[in-house]
Design a protein around this ligand. Structure first.
Ligand code: NAP
Length: 284
């Protein structure tokens, strides 16, 4: 039976580290860290994410600046706001909540955020830096996954690492981070032919597909570390992951639950990135 990787506990550790450093920055440098969160429209899920980010800022002692814009906001108006925030010294990090309404080009907005304040690490400059291993910020979800793996004490060096999913925000950067830690990395996607066979070779399996309970216990190598990034709904509308926890925990050595695994890590790593941004901008 697998040991559970407790994302709530690990994220609480990250937030405590950030809060301690933020308090020190305020005391020694008179610096109050600030994060601007921009939301356009009324998507209920986005609303929940933005509120959680606001609460996390309060918990670690950051200022948060929320900009809730109407669904009808034009791309030009949004770009104008991003430019104002780029120049605002109180704002160390800028996060524009995705998805944006269809009439706004997400790429144009991401590209307009100053790379120094791009705490989501979605700007092409930051994506490129991750490729060459000279990054300032790591994308929040993959960075959270790395911290969870680290918490198990499992050494990535030389291990077979399989990432399922190749999105720009999870799968691809995840694979790069595992590679940088000397894993032997395979990336799978919807066109992969022998998925079960590849999964069975994985010492570390990171699943980011978006399909409820898709990975079952018979696809998992005995003793593997299984990280479930998925946030899906099962047939009863209950939150679940991409991994079928019930069968998977019988084969895995370590496994993340959903909820309570990767989810809480994403916001904790956002706080860490915002702190890093503040320190870099202040030359500390
Ligand atoms: P995405 O952009 O939709 O990408 C999904 C990936 O899964 C694609 O690369 C796709 O392959 C692959 N895929 C789909 N069906 C597959 C199959 N049958 N076999 C193998 N691969 C398959 O999704 P995402 O943004 O990466 O998110 C993935 C999941 O993670 C979602 O459930 C999302 O809600 C969750 N998520 C959670 C957090 C968190 O904080 N916990 C953060 C981000 C995302 P193709 O490229 O070939 O289409």
């Amino acid at each position: 039976m697998a040991q559970i990787i407790d994302g709530k506990a690990v994220s609480a550790d990250v937030k405590a580290e950030v809060a301690a450093e933020a308090a020190k920055l305020k005391e020694e440098n008179g610096l109050k860290v600030g994060l601007a969160v921009v939301i356009v429209g009324n998507d209920p899920a986005s609303r929940v994410y933005v509120n959680n980010k606001k609460k996390a800022c309060e918990a670690v002692g950051f200022q948060s600046f929320e900009y809730a814009l109407d669904e009808s906001t034009t791309q030009e108006q949004l770009l104008d706001l991003v430019n104002v925030l780029n120049r605002d010294n109180r704002v160390n990090g800028i996060l524009v909540q995705l998805p944006l309404p269809k009439h706004i080009d997400e790429k144009a907005v991401i590209n307009a955020i100053s790379p120094d304040k791009d705490v989501d690490a979605f700007h092409p400059v930051n994506v490129g830096k991750i490729m060459i291993g000279e990054y300032s910020f790591l994308p929040c979800t993959p960075a959270g996954v790395m911290r969870l793996i680290e918490s198990t004490g499992f050494d990535i060096t030389g291990k077979q690492c399989v990432v399922i999913g190749r999105s720009n925000i999870v799968g691809k950067p995840q694979a790069m981070l595992l590679l940088q830690k000397n894993g032997t990395v395979t990336i799978c996607h919807s066109k992969t032919k022998n998925l079960k066979e590849i999964c069975l070779s994985a010492d570390i399996l990171v699943v980011a597909i978006g399909r409820a309970k898709f990975i079952t216990g018979d696809m998992i190598k005995e003793g593997a570390v299984v990280i479930d990034v998925g946030m899906d709904r099962d047939e009863n509308g209950k939150l679940c992951g991409d991994v079928d926890f019930e069968t998977a925990e019988k084969a895995a050595g370590w496994i993340t639950p959903v909820p309570g695994g990767v989810g809480p890590m994403t916001i904790a790593m956002l706080m860490k990135n915002t702190l890093t941004a503040a320190k870099q901008q202040a030359g500390i």
